[in-house]
Design a binder for this molecule. Structure first.
Ligand SMILES: [Ca+2]
Ligand SMILES: [Ca+2]
Length: 509
């Protein structure tokens, strides 16, 4: 009987899209990542608050691994599928950010213990959240004693003076940080062991590799295969702090699963953190990625992070009339465009902040319900309609300030429209672009666009955006018929089940 019920309802459930679409292989562009600066997120335990001074922006503020674990439900509820944590290894003094490694094999006591880290990973996995850990292989923390003990493990101490000289960028010291001589095979083996150790020990799902462009490509050509040999599914995200998409593409080729898309960041900031951004410029941002990088879809996209001014502050500098509205618009672009969206803690509550340390203030939870709901909706949009994650992007039309794109995957076409201008705008998309007898169903706010002659007419208020799913307009009638049939079918089934139970209990008696 139960099987019969399922079979009866199956076409109905499928037509309503109640089953998640899992036809495409699992891959990282489907992830929606939340970036956490451990010391500045949540203080889960005060017993590890060593040298905490909240009045000093360069001191420890008390955040820890127990705090992250405590907030996993919040992260899940917002709709994220993975987290990236700033480094948690034992640091040199004042390394609250985690990037000044002292000991790769110990957890920093401010952040907790190995056990607490394992608990975090286990608890995250229970909620289907993947954990990506920040790892620095370019340098150690300042004044590290290893420099004297093993001088051939480090490049000669000289600061980077000419940032356009790649040899200097790779081999000189970043500020006063001891720079690993990765030409030495012992160093390569050491760093590969570190990477494998934490995966074996805790079951983390990947690494976000810091300062990738400061390490010679020859190192990555050894490191990536060596780590993947033991952990083929491990996700490796390289941070390449560079605005040139051609440069980003050269690192994609080295074998990273994903690379940070700084060109996308600069493009979005330039067009969204001001009034009346240009659709032409926005389109050229997308085009450059696709032209130069065959792996453009896998790049990690973002609108701010701990090394950049927060978006709200950029929008203020850009002279916009409503910074939060611009933030929502930029977040929409982040989720609708190709790439793996990464959201920095606090962006979902519209935290302001200038350059470091202004962009690293303690996380303020529950400060902006409207923004949190908006981010949740965007995460849901990508979850429910995978074409936004995996579909090929195609421009359907643009005016001065408004652009409309299709994201086309094998089984689904999603469409999105962004109006960067302050005026309400209507655009007509030719039916020849997306086919006749279709309809566009609005996802962020209800808007049903039907064919009008030889086009579909999309209207957006000033500084607003919407995502749509393309549907056969015929489906609607069948759905209505189906909805009308649910009640009598359900009643019939319940009646049959009831009768069967009555019969069975009669038989037993
Ligand atoms: Ca603490
Ligand atoms: Ca280096």
């Amino acid at each position: 009987m139960r099987r019969g019920v399922m079979l009866l309802f199956l076409p109905l459930l499928l037509s309503f899209g109640l089953f998640p679409q899992t036809s495409e292989a699992a891959n990282w562009e489907k992830e929606r990542m939340y970036f956490i600066m451990v010391d500045r997120f949540e203080n889960g335990k005060t017993s590890n608050d060593i040298d905490v001074n909240k009045d000093d922006p360069k001191a420890y503020h008390g955040g820890d691994l127990a705090g992250v674990t405590k907030r996993l439900d919040y992260i899940k509820d917002e709709g994220f599928t993975s987290i990236w944590l700033t480094p948690v290894f034992k640091n040199r003094p004042n390394g609250y950010h985690g990037y000044w490694t002292e000991d790769y094999y110990e957890i920093d006591p401010h952040f907790g213990t190995k056990e607490e880290f394992k608990t975090l990973v286990d608890e995250a996995h229970e909620r289907d959240i993947k954990v990506v850990l920040d790892l620095v292989v370019n340098h150690l923390g300042p004044n590290h004693p290893l420099v004297e003990k093993k001088p051939d493990w480090f490049h000669e101490e000289q600061p980077i003076m000419n940032w356009n000289n790649q040899v200097e960028v790779e081999n000189n010291w970043l500020f006063d940080l001891p720079d690993f001589n990765t030409e030495n095979p012992e160093v390569v083996d050491y760093l590969v062991d570190v990477a494998n150790y934490w995966v074996d020990e805790t079951g983390i799902d990947g690494y976000r590799l810091d300062t990738v462009r400061h390490v010679p490509p020859a190192f990555w050509k050894k490191f990536i295969p060596a780590v993947k040999e033991k952990h083929p599914d491990l996700f490796l995200l390289g941070e390449v702090f560079d605005g040139d998409p051609r440069k980003i593409a050269t690192y994609s080729e080295l074998g990273f699963d994903s690379v940070t898309n700084f060109p996308f960041y600069y493009g979005i900031k330039d067009q969204f953190a001001r009034k009346n951004g240009s659709a032409e410029e926005l389109d050229s941002v997308y085009n450059r990625d696709i032209t130069f990088n065959p792996k453009a879809m896998s790049l990690a996209t973002f609108i701010d992070n701990h090394d950049l001014k927060r978006f709200i502050t950029e929008a203020k500098i850009g002279g916009t009339s409503d910074e939060e509205r611009q933030l929502r618009l930029a977040l929409f672009a982040l989720y609708a465009a190709p790439g793996m969206p990464v959201v920095y803690q606090g962006t979902e509550v519209a935290m302001p902040g200038g350059e470091d340390p202004g962009n690293r203030m303690m996380m303020e939870f529950d400060e902006n319900e409207k923004m949190q709901e908006y981010v949740k909706t965007l995460n849901q949009m990508r979850q429910d309609y995978p074409a936004f994650a995996t579909g090929k992007q195609r421009l359907l039309g643009k005016t001065d300030h408004m652009a409309v794109y299709a994201r086309e995957s094998k089984n689904q076409t999603a469409i999105y429209a962004i109006n960067l201008g302050e005026k309400k705008t209507t655009m007509r998309i030719k039916a020849s672009e997306i086919g006749d007898d279709q309809r566009l169903r609005g996802l962020l706010f209800s808007d049903l666009v039907r064919q009008d002659g030889d086009a579909y007419e999309i209207t957006l208020d000033g500084s607003s955006a919407n995502g749509y799913i393309l549907e056969d307009s015929q489906v609607n009638w069948w759905s209505l018929v189906a909805i009308g049939s649910i009640a009598p079918i359900l009643a019939l089934i319940l009646l049959l089940v009831h009768r069967r139970r009555v019969n069975r209990s009669n038989e037993k008696q």
